[in-house]
Design a protein around this ligand. Structure first.
Ligand code: PMP
Length: 339
């Protein structure tokens, strides 16, 4: 019989899918690694299981324990699935800018969710970082994986995402692009790929309102770069230990609006119903590719999650219009088209 022993065993081996329409005018081949094929519908399943298994091996959590994490939702989903298989409880702290869908999904798989204010500094006791740390100190036999500074995050991508891309492109990849949040995806994957071929160029996608691009270019942690933005999952107001700037060659910043419009184009033009930060990654990577890609080049872009989590936001025309992200001529109804 051909079956998996548990849902955890279905993580990884996601497909590379060629982008055909949004790449108009770009030379070379552009492939998307579609991470919503993971069982929790995101790239984060990979790091969740790795962080738990590394913690078990180090004796940091015992049977019946509680996993506590600050998460924008996707890591929580991965941790929740892994916890079900392994018999742990989960408590997640989330910033209140995150989609209601993400909170509902985590509760659906049995996790407790604590919603914290977004616009406070990370060291404020009310921030989702601080609340997670406090709960970890208060609850016995609890594990705080801390995806930002836990190097099992980068290791998961070094061990799985990188080798899969190298195998599936038969070593022909020349450029790699991914959004940067904790940094695990881009740094683990880039490190593996650059060990195979040091010529591979790695492009990190950042948001306006985040510190990464300026830090890479100047070495200065500029608090003036920090302001509120809407895109979920990428950009930071801290420098996580998983961000190794030596394996990221360039950064491109993308606005909330350009990201939202590109995500909608991926859904409608490529049939890839993906999340908001996928729009950031694709918009930024394609902007880069338009200037730099040659005919024989192969660019792989990570698309981290699925569109269902953003139905009330970027896939809702009224929400898009209210945010000034949709021009009225793009706001066509079926009746307008018939007319
Ligand atoms: N997009 C989404 C939707 C995410 O949840 C994350 C994780 N924060 C990322 C992109 C960025 O990935 P990483 O944390 O590995 O840098």
């Amino acid at each position: 019989m051909n079956y998996y022993n548990s849902i955890i065993d279905t993580i990884g081996d996601t497909p590379l899918v060629k982008l055909n329409k949004v790449t108009k005018g770009i030379r070379g081949t552009v492939l998307a690694k579609v991470e919503y094929f993971n069982p929790g519908n995101s790239v984060k399943d990979r790091i969740a299981i790795k962080m738990i298994e590394d913690a078990e091996a180090a004796g940091l959590i015992r049977p019946g324990g509680t996993i506590i994490e600050g998460t924008s939702g996707n890591t929580g989903m991965g941790l929740a699935l892994a916890a079900i298989g392994k018999g742990y409880k989960c408590i997640f702290t989330m910033a209140d800018k995150q989609s209601q869908e993400k909170i509902d999904i985590l509760r659906a798989v049995g996790a407790e969710v604590v919603v914290c204010p977004t616009n406070v500094t990370p060291d404020d006791p009310r921030s989702y970082y601080s609340v997670a740390k406090r709960l970890n100190q208060e609850i016995p036999n609890s594990l705080y994986p801390n995806q930002y500074d836990n190097l099992s995050n980068t290791a998961a991508h070094y061990e799985t995402t990188g080798p899969e891309i190298w195998r599936d492109t038969e070593g022909r990849i020349t450029h790699f692009a991914a959004g940067v949040g904790t940094g695990g995806t881009i740094c683990g994957t880039s490190k593996f790929l650059k060990e195979q071929n040091p010529g591979i160029v790695s492009v990190g996608i950042d948001t306006y309102g985040s510190v990464f691009k300026k830090y890479k270019e100047t070495g200065v942690f500029d608090e003036g770069e920090i302001y509120p933005y809407l895109t979920e999952g990428i950009g930071e107001d801290i420098l996580p230990q998983n961000v190794d700037f030596s394996v990221i060659d360039h950064f491109v910043k993308v606005t909330d609006k350009d990201a939202a419009i590109m995500a909608r184009r991926l859904a409608r033009e490529e049939g890839l119903f993906v999340g908001w930060s996928c729009g950031s990654a694709a918009h930024g990577a394609l902007e880069w590719a338009r200037e730099h890609l040659q005919d024989d080049d192969v660019l792989v872009i990570i698309l981290p999650d699925h569109g269902t989590r953003y139905l009330g936001k970027i896939y809702n025309d009224t929400w898009m219009k209210d945010h000034g992200f949709l021009e009225s001529r793009q706001f066509a109804t079926a009746r307008d088209i018939v007319r």
